[in-house]
Write a protein that binds this ligand. Sequence first.
Ligand SMILES: [Zn+2]
Length: 249
Amino acid sequence: MMSRRTILGSAGAVGAAAVIGASAARAEPGEEPRPPAPPASELSPAAALALLREGNQDFLSGGVTTVLTDAQRRLELAKGQNPFAAYVTCSDSRVPPELLFGRGLGELFIIRNAGNTVDTVALGSIEYAVAVLNVPLVVVMGHESCGAVKAATEVVTDNATFPGSIGPMIEPIIPAVLQARGQEGDFLENSVRSNVRRVVKFLREASGPLLSDPQASGKLRVVGAYYDLDQGAVDFFDVPDDIQAVVQY
Ligand SMILES: [Zn+2]
């Protein structure tokens, strides 16, 4: 069977089409890579969220799952990055944001640590994404069966201790676990969501002017999310009303 590359090549495709064909040759037959998102400066927070929702839908349905990684795209990005969202999530190997949202090089500015907490280093990274790169959206995402949050629940329920720097690392999660204790439903999931809510609240209200000013003017929004490992679905929650509606970008 002829590959897409061969078909495009024999048709004499040149320039961008040939580049797309070369990338698509590694994808499923007929599947073309997702085009890069518009630059951050052209996207509202709602539009950035819509892009992520759309990407996760494709991930779930087996739609467009390949992205441009060719030389032309790399050369373009070498001149400067223009990601459309900053992403705070867990280091867990099962939750890589680019894969869950079908996004490629230069599109997501990602901060990861076990338990998706925000310390000074993480906050500085988010502030850089907002103040210098002008991202319109910050997502804080927890996930099902998070080991770091589970460890924090064990501190609360069993006085568990952990070696090395693991104990201090999970300390910021403990208040979230305490808030979740006694809630109806699954204790670990409630703790993960509570941890996300606390981080979102901090970024909205207590992190300083680099994040509060653009939020006051409507240029920036912070949302929470929960990733279900079995389903592959990302549930966005704690989404401000003004960007709740799914819009086209
Ligand atoms: Zn985790």
